[in-house]
Design a protein around this ligand. Structure first.
Ligand code: F3S
Length: 62
């Protein structure tokens, strides 16, 4: 499973990072970045939750 941030949509709410800091981080500017584009199996549920929780729908998982 891969996770991708749409940087045009991200507004820095940080919910993704709070749900799964093992996969998401915030840049110095406060926007999300993906630390591990290939999501470890152990974190797939959290990454899906993060994608569902982003108010900007900026996270795509596939
Ligand atoms: Fe950005 Fe959504 Fe995370 S707005 S910081 S991808 S919760």
């Amino acid at each position: 499973m891969k996770a991708v941030i749409d940087t045009d949509r991200c507004r820095g709410h940080g919910i993704c990072w709070s749900i799964c800091p093992e996969v998401f981080d915030l840049t110095d500017d406060g926007y999300a970045e993906v630390l591990t584009p290939e999501v470890p199996t152990a974190y797939e549920a959290q990454v899906r939750e993060a994608a569902d929780s982003c108010p900007e729908h900026a996270i795509t998982v596939n």
